[in-house]
Structure formats: structure tokens, C-alpha cells
Design a protein around this ligand. Structure first.
Ligand SMILES: NC(=O)c1ccc[n+]([C@@H]2O[C@H](COP(=O)([O-])OP(=O)(O)OC[C@H]3O[C@@H](n4cnc5c(N)ncnc54)[C@H](O)[C@@H]3O)[C@@H](O)[C@H]2O)c1
Length: 377
């Protein structure tokens, strides 16, 4: 992630310093950057001159104190709270007093990282998506102690890098990694119950839902070591809320080392000459699958709005730009009709009698008032 973020900043004409405490990682970062820029020249996205100037904007260093003149530091090291806290504490002694200290963490509390610093007001989350060079979304996450001016400075800074920013409260998963959970978990549940096989679920979400990838092929692409761990982390941080409970079938894949495409086996088998399973192209079953998953996604988006984690516009933007959903979920809810969503959620709750299927109070309210998410009245 670090080299991708560096490329974005250097492309926006900033002088960038990449620090890593591992020499091999530093060499890899340099090679990755050179390869990435070379490809852009070949595709005629940038000129050879731009390639040179981007590369000359970047210095590779193996000592933290080489960051002493930076105005903004974006940390993208190992996802470990103690390690991050130590690096932030050390950084604080090196940089000048106006330097902003940001973390690209996907799952840790910004407030907690900031609390390790003497001046937590300048600590913030700036969360890029992978690959940082291509994904347009960046979540900006102020911690409890973050100065509001730091938030707006970071927002305009990153907007100027050509990214689309959204602001999220410092809560588990921020926007995208929270709201997207049911895309995976509800699909897993449908499959575990034998309602449909994974190929059919993937087909339904693409063919009927218009998603670019189905949940199982997407989980296999992300890798279960990442996707399962995010789910488990979000669940634990929400005090084991059943809404976010991980699926055993995915945990077993992780335990087996079947991590997805990168190990040639995940839910699907990608070994050469293996034929991937075909879906049952049953429109009625597909519609049922889509309705169930979309209702759960909309429910989470509604709850995220209800709990004021982000604005409705930012929630919709986050899901279209961060995970390529075909529509923002709240816009989608208005189009499908709040009644359709509430009816589906009521059906699931009545049938399963599980807290997992509880309806967001905001959906209930909107349904009672016959109100759309985007209505002005
Ligand atoms: N990979 C993703 O899809 C993704 C997406 C968004 C955010 N993130 C977040 O970005 C961060 C980095 O993720 P990644 O996937 O690039 O990890 P990675 O393991 O590929 O890279 C981490 C780098 O940090 C270096 N490092 C570890 N400890 C260090 C220390 N104490 N000081 C200096 N360098 C140190 C390692 O040598 C390594 O090069 C994590 O916080 C992760 O949650 C990752």
C-alpha cells in the first residue's frame, strides 16, 4: 500500500520520502514503482518525462529520521496497534510541530493510535483502497481528539491528488469495510444453508444485481487471509454483534491455507485445467438471492447513516468508489422501495428469529413515514 500511496502523492507533484525498516521491502517498493510507472508510459497514460519527474520526486530511506521535514506522514506499516503506536511516538519526536500524522489502517482505532502521541490533535486516519493508484476512494477518519482543521486540510489535500474523499467516524470498518460485510456474510449463509451453490449466488449478484463480481469470486480474489480477518476484526470490535458474525466455512478455508486465487484454491479451484462450476441460471432463485443480500446491505448502510458514522452522500459514494458497487445503497433502497427492503428483512427476522436480522431503526422510521432516503420532505 505504501508504494501505491507514494506514487499517487508524487504524481500530484509532491516530494515523497518512503521509509521502511526492511531493506528488501524498500527495494521491492522501488521495483514496484518503476514497473507501475513503466506500464503507464507503455499505455500512454503518462509521458516518459512525467515518469522521470515522478521518480525523482521519490526518495527511499531506511531511517525514520529522514522524515523530519515532512508536512504529512502517511503510515502504512504492519496492522499491529503496538507497532503503530511505537512508530507514531518516535515520529512525533522527529517531525516539526505542524506535521500531520496519518495512518492508513483498515481496522485499528485512530483514537487509540493518537492516544500514544503527545499531540493527538494532529493524528488522523487516511484510508486508501487497494490498489491505491487505481481506486478513487479515500476515507478520512478523524479520531476523537483530532483537530477539525486537520480533517479539512487532509480532505482538500487528498482531493487535490485526484481522489474522492469521504469522512467517517472512528468506528470499526469505517464505512466500506463495515457496510460491505453482508455482501460476503449473507452469501456465505445462503450457501451454508444449501439454498444455492456459490456459482449460482455469484451469477445472481452479477446478472440480477449488476455487481462486477460475485461474493465468492471476490472473496477468492481479495484472499481469505484478508477478507476473513477483516470480518472477524469488525465482529470482535462490535462486541460480537451477530450482524457481523464470520462464517465457519470461510474460516476453514483459511485454516486449510486455501487463501483464494493466490494459492490457486479458495472457494473455487483455480488449478490449471480445472473446470469452474456452472451456475443454475434460475431467475426466481437468483432474484431471491439478490433480494436477500441487497436487503442486508441496505440495512447496514441505513444503520451507518442512523448512527451518524457518515453522511448519506458519503455512504453512497464510498460503496460505488471504494468497492465498485453499481449504485449507492441508499439510492438503491429508494429505487427498490423501502417497503420491499423492510418486507424482506421482516421475513428473514421472523423466519430465523436471530438478532442478525434486526432492522435498522432508520429503515423502520422511513417506512412508517413513507419517506425515501433522498426525499427532501
Ligand atoms: N493491503 C490492503 O488491501 C490494504 C488496504 C487498505 C489499508 N491497508 C493497511 O495498510 C497498512 C499496510 O498494509 P499492506 O498490505 O501494505 O502491508 P504489507 O505487509 O504489504 O506492508 C507493510 C510494510 O511495512 C513495513 N514495516 C513493518 N513494520 C514496520 C516498522 N515498524 N517500521 C517501518 N516499516 C515497517 C514492512 O516491511 C512492509 O514493507 C496496514 O495498516 C493495512 O491495514 C491495507
Amino acid at each position: 500500500m505504501g508504494s501505491g500511496i507514494a506514487q499517487v502523492a508524487a504524481t500530484a507533484s509532491h516530494k515523497v520520502v518512503i521509509y521502511d525498516n526492511n531493506d528488501r521491502s524498500l527495494t521491492n517498493a522501488k521495483t514496484n514503482l518503476q514497473t507501475s510507472l513503466k506500464k503507464l508510459v507503455e499505455k500512454q497514460k503518462i509521458s516518459a518525462e512525467q515518469q522521470n519527474s515522478i521518480l525523482t520526486n521519490i526518495a527511499f530511506v531506511s531511517e525514520l529520521k529522514a522524515l523530519d521535514e515532512c508536512d504529512l506522514v502517511i503510515e502504512a506499516i504492519v496492522e499491529n496497534l503496538e507497532v503503530k503506536k511505537n512508530v507514531f511516538t518516535e515520529l512525533e519526536t522527529l517531525v516539526n510541530s505542524s506535521c500531520i500524522l496519518a495512518s492508513n489502517t483498515s481496522s485499528l482505532s485512530i483514537t487509540s493510535i493518537a492516544a500514544a502521541c503527545k499531540n493527538p490533535a494532529r493524528v488522523i486516519g487516511i484510508h486508501f483502497f487497494n490498489p491505491a493508484t487505481l481506486m478513487p476512494l479515500v476515507e478520512i477518519i478523524p479520531g476523537i481528539a483530532t483537530d477539525e482543521r486537520i480533517t479539512s486540510t487532509c480532505k482538500s489535500f487528498i482531493d487535490n491528488w485526484g481522489k474522492q474523499t469521504v469522512i467517517a467516524k472512528d468506528t470499526p470498518g469505517f464505512i466500506v469495510n463495515r457496510v460491505a460485510r453482508p455482501f460476503y456474510s449473507e452469501a456465505l449463509r445462503i450457501c451454508e444453508e444449501g439454498i444455492a451453490d456459490m456459482a449460482t449466488i455469484d451469477w445472481a449478484m452479477k446478472e440480477i444485481g449488476g455487481f462486477k463480481m460475485g461474493p465468492f469470486e471476490l472473496m477468492d480474489m481479495i484472499g481469505h487471509d484478508v477478507n476473513y480477518v477483516v470480518t472477524e476484526t469488525v465482529w470482535k470490535q462490535f462486541y460480537f454483534d451477530p450482524k457481523f458474525k464470520p462464517a465457519l466455512s470461510q474460516k476453514r478455508l483459511l485454516e486449510a491455507g486455501f487463501l483464494g486465487r493466490k494459492t490457486q484454491r479458495g472457494f473455487y479451484n483455480y488449478a490449471p485445467e480445472t473446470v469452474l462450476p456452472s451456475p443454475t441460471k434460475d431467475k426466481e432463485l437468483g432474484t431471491m438471492i439478490f433480494r436477500r443480500i441487497i436487503a442486508m446491505l441496505i440495512n447496514e448502510a441505513a444503520d451507518t447513516l442512523y448512527l451518524k458514522i457518515a453522511s448519506r452522500e458519503d455512504i453512497d459514494l464510498a460503496m460505488t468508489k471504494g468497492v465498485n458497487y453499481p449504485k449507492g445503497l441508499l439510492t438503491w433502497a429508494d429505487e427498490l422501495g423501502i417497503e420491499t427492503i423492510v418486507t424482506e428483512l421482516n421475513r428473514l427476522r421472523d423466519f430465523y428469529e436471530e438478532d442478525r436480522y434486526r432492522i435498522s431503526p432508520l429503515l423502520k422510521q422511513n417506512f412508517a413515514l413513507q419517506k425515501k432516503f433522498y426525499s427532501t420532505t
